[in-house]
Design a binder for this molecule. Structure first.
Ligand SMILES: Nc1ncnc2c1ncn2[C@@H]1O[C@H](COP(=O)(O)OP(=O)(O)OP(=O)(O)O)[C@@H](O)[C@H]1O
Ligand SMILES: [Mg+2]
Length: 467
């Protein structure tokens, strides 16, 4: 298969300075950076040939036009059979688009797209290209999910040129995964930066010219970015990240880019034995039943995409057994945790230097907005002083290094969510108070300016300074 067509000339280009070399080099001779030389195809510069191939209509299409002469293009949307997936895509799958689905290993990417493909196959020719698993593995998954259908075509292939031939009449194609396929035009191994970029570019050309919709699975690196170049995201129409801890049943699907809808959407899914299901009632999803009984837990309304969800943050503090205290965080940025511990030590006099601190956001959700700072502080202070926080109290606000509490975005939406889910008190930044005054009759609002005031308001400890 490898001898089918010898690759045309490829070259190695430094991703930092653009230096071009005919061979791979460990160090770029121009800028001196290591490991920056990436293989690329040498493109033909003779465009006349391509122009002839495109034909007259296409050439006319490429003429510049004034806005008034440009008609509206109606996006043809197709239902995916999973309501949350449709929501994240902005109201359904747009024909001829490229959707990239990224996520940690084993999170359920193949499961989700197998279900979508099986649903689409009922009414459209659909192909599932499995470059990572054998066809029988995919069949077994289909049987487990209860979506066995003869309309869904399976292909176990890694060569992009062969996949292109197999696409035939298919209008929806799943590629599992982009890191496992390769194009014969490049000699580098599948999964390398050059290969991933070239394969994605070729898939885009097929998608746009034949109006085929591609769902492309991409693996993420340890840091959480999509493996392969960032350029992969530029080529795609929609980029979705599947997140959540593997051991948790709940997963979030987040749109980080969407050319056909809002990039703020988030879908909530539940992973069950029989596949992935949409979760529409997520009010209590990220809250424990025992909150309010034990010290160390605080609830914060977190804004994820266009949804606001109350999430519980739990902390555990124990005496350090060794010289160095440990800090561990799940769902919350580690550096944020360390900074907030320092703020509490310095500004509120709560000592953590001889304690191990563990923190966890419930339900495997990732909390990365600044508004969770105050809830982290509340949970830490509650655990350190062994005083539980009231079950019906929520906390939000950004904490500065001086211990001041800064306003956050969507304050009214957050308070509204607390009212909807039966909370009785919200501790919020004083500067957000104006936007939330309208809720005064429905919920008790406690504006605070310093971390110390929050601790006092929750009766977690008498304050020393900044209160
Ligand atoms: N027999 C089974 N019963 C119940 N759940 C299962 C079963 N097999 C797999 N799963 C669930 O499906 C998940 C794996 O799903 P899937 O293969 O879709 O993940 P993936 O993101 O495609 O992984 P990879 O990156 O390895 O391709 C597992 O983590 C597990 O939770
Ligand atoms: Mg998979």
């Amino acid at each position: 298969m490898a001898t089918k067509q010898k690759a045309p000339t490829s070259q190695f280009v430094c991703s930092t300075c653009g230096f071009v070399a005919p061979k791979w080099l460990g160090k770029c001779p121009d800028c001196g950076n290591f490991n920056t030389m990436q293989e690329e195809l040498v493109r033909e510069t003779n465009t006349a040939k391509t122009e002839t191939r495109r034909g007259v209509t296409d050439m006319l299409k490429n003429r510049a036009l004034p806005l008034s002469k440009i008609g509206y293009e109606k996006f043809d949307r197709v239902n995916s059979g999973i309501s949350e997936f449709d929501t994240v895509l902005g109201g359904g799958i747009v024909r001829g688009s490229l959707v990239l689905l990224g996520g940690d290993p084993g999170i359920g990417k193949s499961t989700l797209l197998t279900q979508v493909a099986a649903y689409l196959a009922k009414s459209h020719p659909t192909l599932y290209v499995s470059a990572e698993e054998s066809c029988s593995q995919v069949k077994m998954r289909c049987e487990r999910l209860g979506v066995v259908s003869d309309n869904l075509l399976l292909l176990n292939e890694t060569c992009l040129e062969d996949i292109e031939t197999a696409i035939g009449e298919s209008k929806f194609v799943v590629i599992d995964s982009v890191q496992a396929i390769y194009t014969e035009s490049l000699s580098s191994a599948a999964g390398s930066v050059g290969q991933v970029r070239e394969c994605a570019a070729k898939l885009m050309r097929i998608a746009k010219s034949q109006n085929v919709t591609f769902f492309i699975i991409g693996h993420v690196t340890k840091e959480g970015a999509l493996a392969g170049p960032k350029v992969l995201e530029h080529i795609m129409d929609t980029v979705l990240y599947f997140e959540g801890q593997q051991e948790d049943n709940y997963k979030l699907l987040r749109a980080v880019k969407n050319r056909f809808g809002s990039a703020q959407e988030v879908g909530v899914f539940e992973m069950t034995e029989t596949g992935i299901k949409s979760v529409s009632d997520y009010a209590d999803l990220f809250l424990s039943e025992t909150r309010g009984l034990a010290a160390g837990s605080a609830v914060t309304p977190s804004e994820s995409g266009n949804r606001c969800m109350n999430v519980e943050i739990q902390t555990l503090i124990s005496k350090t057994a060794y010289g160095m205290p440990r800090r561990m965080s799940l769902g919350v940025d580690y550096n944020k945790l360390v900074v907030l511990i320092a703020v509490l030590e310095k500004r509120c006099g709560i000592p953590f230097f001889s304690s191990d601190v563990y923190i966890n956001a419930m339900g495997g959700i990732k909390l990365d907005e600044p508004s969770v700072d105050l809830a982290i502080c509340a949970a830490l202070a509650s655990a350190a002083n062994d005083v539980p926080i009231d079950k019906f109290t929520a906390v939000f606000g950004e904490v500065g290094l001086t211990g001041e509490i800064r306003p956050v975005t969507y304050a009214d939406k957050r308070v509204n969510e607390c009212i909807k889910t039966g909370f009785k008190q919200v501790i919020l930044p004083a500067k957000n108070m104006k936007a939330c005054e309208k809720f005064k009759d429905k919920i008790q609002l406690v504006p605070v300016q310093y971390v110390g005031q929050m601790i006092k308001a929750l009766s977690l400890r008498p304050m020393q300074n900044n209160d």
